[in-house]
Design a protein around this ligand. Structure first.
Ligand code: MRU
Length: 345
């Protein structure tokens, strides 16, 4: 299994990232020893996916501390640079969470911050294993099927996390139990995380799948070709509204019409209890060129502007289940405005 984010001490303290923009054609690695390079890697999606951003954020604090020592930054400069990492992308709560979890340990030195960051990384992998099992159990029980066909969106695999994956973890678990049918992977315009990354992981894991255009997803669901939709999340609010890659809500709407479950899988670190409703989530809007160009070639006429929200919010009443390592809640049938708080303790 590939590791999206890894700490290395040799030849110097650094984060090693697989450059996800180069996949699937090339397995290229980035060694990050400076804050500028980490912020750039986050913003151009060399590292991406909410839990992987959490890992990059917490390890990024260690990178910043080492750079501060080399370059003689004062405390104010160091905190400003850490804030740049924390705020490099706004929607995935895990990025800020990863930074905030380790920041209080800075007074104990970079070794202690590293120890804590690595603990978070390990725990994320464990959480994914657990939610994979819980999600597979929930789906098999709810559908009553022996073999489940799945549609998924964006990339929620090992590349998007510290290990295993969230939504992908459930798919993997069903595969391991020999209870997985065909997987439909949405290509996920405009940056093709589904076609480039999910299909790459499915291929590596020997999981039978097809890649479909995003525009095919609703029809695939309404035609009865899949039994369940599984996505990840970038931020889940207290009432169960879930932000995820743009296009996710279209799957949820189609699932509601077809009467099949729409499942959101995420570690509890993606739950933001301080934000009450999806309307309060800041949605990252990315460069218009990502939409009006394809593979470096302009596809829309000169002068046409793109509209490029990176995420959408699926309202809780369309979410059949939110699967975390702490348990499963069912927002569509449970209108409690604080239902995620039940998993907090
Ligand atoms: O813009 P990205 O590629 O970072 O968006 C990622 C997603 O939307 C994922 O589905 C989400 O982070 C869940 S990852 C387990």
């Amino acid at each position: 299994m590939v590791l999206a984010v890894e700490w290395r001490d040799d030849p110097q303290p650094m984060i090693r990232l697989i450059d996800q923009t180069a996949l699937p054609s090339e397995e290229r690695y980035l060694d990050i020893v400076e804050v500028d390079d980490l912020v750039e890697a986050i913003q151009r999606l060399a590292v991406r996916g909410a839990p992987a951003l959490g890992a990059a954020g917490s390890l990024g604090v260690v990178v910043a501390m080492h750079q501060a020592e080399r370059e003689g930054w004062d405390q104010a400069r160091l905190q400003t640079e850490i804030d740049r990492i924390r705020n490099a992308r706004p929607t995935a709560v895990n990025l800020a969470w990863g930074v905030d979890e380790v920041r209080p340990a800075m007074s104990h030195g970079s070794d202690e911050v590293l120890r804590l960051a690595q603990k978070l990384v390990t725990e994320d992998g464990e959480a994914n294993r657990m939610l994979g099992r819980l999600g597979a159990d929930w789906i098999l029980e709810r559908t009553g099927l022996d073999r489940v066909r799945v549609v998924t969106h964006c990339n929620t695999g090992a590349l998007a996390t510290s290990a295993w994956g969230t939504g992908y973890g459930i798919i993997h678990e069903l595969h391991d139990r020999d209870q997985l049918g065909l997987v439909y992977a949405d290509e996920t315009r405009p940056l093709l995380q589904g076609a480039r990354l999910t299909s790459w992981e499915l291929t590596q894991d020997g999981i039978e799948h097809v890649v479909q255009a995003d525009g095919a997803a609703a029809s695939t669901i309404l035609r009865g070709l899949v039994d369940v939709a599984i996505t990840g999340a970038d931020r889940i609010t207290a009432n169960g509204d879930a932000a995820n890659k743009i296009g996710s809500v279209s799957l949820a709407l189609a699932c509601a019409r077809a009467g099949i479950p729409f499942i959101v899988a995420a570690p509890f670190s993606t739950v933001d209890l301080a934000t009450k409703r999806g309307e309060d989530i800041v949605i990252e809007e990315r460069d218009s060129d990502e939409v009006v160009f394809f593979g470096g070639v302009r596809t829309a006429p000169l002068g046409a502007r793109g509209f490029n929200p990176a995420f959408d919010v699926t309202p809780h009443d369309l979410v059949s289940a939110i699967v975390t390592e702490r348990g499963v809640v069912e927002p569509a049938t449970d209108p409690d405005p604080e239902l995620l708080a039940r998993l907090a303790s």
